[in-house]
Design a protein around this ligand. Structure first.
Ligand SMILES: [Zn+2]
Ligand SMILES: [Zn+2]
Length: 371
């Protein structure tokens, strides 16, 4: 009997170990072109500035939520807990690094240069020395970052502005022309700035979207119900710090925010093509109809609006495919329609935005069945 009880206790302990195992939710957004799609959050805080968590918690959260790279970016000028936590913002990197290495999370050295508007707050990434970023003026602080070959972007441009509508001041033009403003957050936490998105397009600034999380992640995002933080998708040659930096400098990013993708046509179209599975051969002869299964293999819904179709073809005008779902798509061809061997039907994807008011243009391509 004792043996049985012992075995039972062992079983209980073992099942506890299994249950307690952390799990990672993988984000299904495919690699595209010749790049890896790295899921990154480049703006967050810990107790070493004004955040509410220990640095290793940021690594655990990132790993559980399927991220590949993060930057912990403490405020250089603002540490409200410094009576209780030592006043050295480089410590969050040092503390988080061993766990990041163990979990395969790329940890980027960073800091937030936190000045009044204009010019506001800027993140400097890939820095080497935190101590010199506290110059008396923002110009000196950003120059000190640039001297370290940092990658610098403008944070939450709508912060402290009326209705969160950003204003581009002459200070921003100056920083932009000096190469001290290479990217811009078009999404910060829950705020999306369409105007900043348009500026990024006009000025070729890299698109960035981040959580800027201060609290534990699941205080602000309902992770268990499928909610997710804003993420910068970085299209990198490899999963290395050098490749992330190169991709940021080259503007190879997109932003994943709520159920939207924001980015250049070429990247969003490539994501679409690798995410939608269907049989291209299945099209009807004149006077007939056929049904094709369209399977959305990504984490993003796709909202289709018809933009162009061949004459004599009937097909759905507006429809949606939820993540990891499929729909049956019916094509009918008029009796007297003359279709080429291969044709396409064009749609705009309303939640894949290539500009503030422009959906990504995609094509469903079909070939005539040979029988
Ligand atoms: Zn803060
Ligand atoms: Zn800030």
């Amino acid at each position: 009997m004792k043996k049985v009880i012992l075995l039972f206790i062992c079983f209980l302990l073992l099942s506890f170990v299994v249950i307690a195992q952390q799990q990672r939710h993988e984000i299904t957004i495919p690699d595209i072109l010749e790049y890896k799609t790295l899921k990154c959050d480049l703006h967050m805080h810990t107790v070493f500035s004004d955040g509410l968590v220990w640095p290793t918690v940021r690594v655990d959260e990132a790993w559980r939520e399927g991220l590949d790279a993060i930057a912990i970016t403490e405020h250089v000028e603002y540490q409200p807990w410094k009576e209780d936590v030592q006043n050295d913002i480089s410590r969050s990197y040092a503390i988080a690094k061993p766990l990041a290495d163990a979990k395969g999370i790329l940890l980027i050295k960073g800091a937030e240069i936190t000045r009044a508007m204009p010019p506001g707050h800027f993140n400097a990434l890939f820095i080497t020395d935190w101590d010199v970023l506290n110059g008396p003026t923002y110009k000196e602080a950003l120059q000190a970052a640039k001297d370290q070959d940092a990658y610098i972007f403008w944070n939450h441009p709508g912060w402290q502005q009326k209705d969160e509508i950003p204003i581009w001041y002459k200070e921003h033009s100056e920083l932009y022309h000096q190469g001290k403003m290479q990217g811009i957050e078009i999404v910060n936490e829950r705020s999306y700035y369409p105007l900043a998105y348009q500026w990024a397009i006009d000025s070729n600034l890299t698109l960035i979207g981040n959580s800027d999380i201060h609290a534990p992640m699941d205080y602000d995002f309902d992770i268990r119900r499928g909610d997710h933080r804003a993420i910068t998708l970085v299209f990198a040659k490899e999963k290395t710090l050098e490749s992330v930096k190169e991709a940021l400098e080259t503007g190879r990013t997109a932003v994943y925010y709520e159920d939207m993708l924001l980015g250049k046509q070429e990247y969003l179209e490539a994501i679409f093509k690798k995410s939608l599975f269907y049989d291209h051969d299945l099209i009807p002869s004149p006077g007939e109809s056929a049904t094709v299964k369209l399977y959305n293999h990504s984490d993003l819904p796709m909202r289709f609006s018809l933009t162009q179709k061949p004459e004599g073809v009937k097909c759905p005008a507006d429809f949606k495919i939820d993540p990891h779902c499929s729909v049956l798509y019916k094509i009918s061809v008029d009796k007297d329609a003359e279709l080429p061997e291969e044709f396409f039907i064009s749609y705009s994807i309303g939640n894949f935005l290539t500009a503030p008011d422009k959906g990504c243009e995609v094509k469903l391509v079909f070939k005539r069945r040979n029988n």
